[in-house]
Design a protein around this ligand. Sequence first.
Ligand code: ZN
Length: 283
Amino acid sequence: MFELEQVSDNVWAHTKGETRCNVACIKLKNSGIMVDSGLDPISAKNARDAAEKVMGVPIKYLILTHYHHDHICGNQVFKDCEIIATLATQKMMEEDFSENWTEEKLAKFIAENPEFQEKWQDLELTLPSKIFASDYIIKENDEQVELIETHGHCKGSCYVYVPKDEVVIAGDLLFAEMFPYGGDPTVDPYLWIDAYTQMIYLTPKKVVPGHGPLTYKEEIEIQQKYLELLVKKIEDLVVDGTTKEELLERSDLPKFPYEVEQERMNLLLDKCYDAIKEAVNSF
Ligand SMILES: [Zn+2]
């Protein structure tokens, strides 16, 4: 039984990991919206069935918050829907599919990760069918749902705002109660901080993160504060001539309020160092 937790009157989310990333659904009067399709078509189908059942309306739209594979590998289940993403997300998906998802690479990955044998046996990589840049509003009758592109976690990242319920669906712009994944080569810590500011400004009553439990505005503030302190510290170190290797060895970096996965932290430091160095050099 696929579990959907009620977030607000018209929003539900799955945060238990069956789809790997969190997925959410939003009920409009006559149709439904799914946010992200998860890691594989099998769990995506379960998510869609559960969402349509709980909402009592058919899904008409699928929003992709960004291009990472754990958010888009169930897309084929929504081929009859409008699949909406930012232009940058579409480009990143096209690039990713042609570079990293060739038949050969996929076969090799499955051979090395047998748990994907069943999950991905019928995988059809599916691109968005509706593209926007900057922001977009899904409007039906007097109802609307807003999509706002911020970048940050990766190029093309967007979040979703449901005004009538005052709910933010953050995608991977928010990892609740865990260290954020910042290993994408297009990560931009400055834009990520700005994205947090925007989401906080909306004063949402509830927040659906890309990973981790349902949460609140305060969690965004916690994550933003950490990233701000980290960026400031790395800026200072870059100005002092600290190398990336030296940065990874530092023991005086700002303390993250939850358990730290060292590998994840190193990924974020590695990619943020590059972005911050570029910014510092351009001042
Ligand atoms: Zn992601």
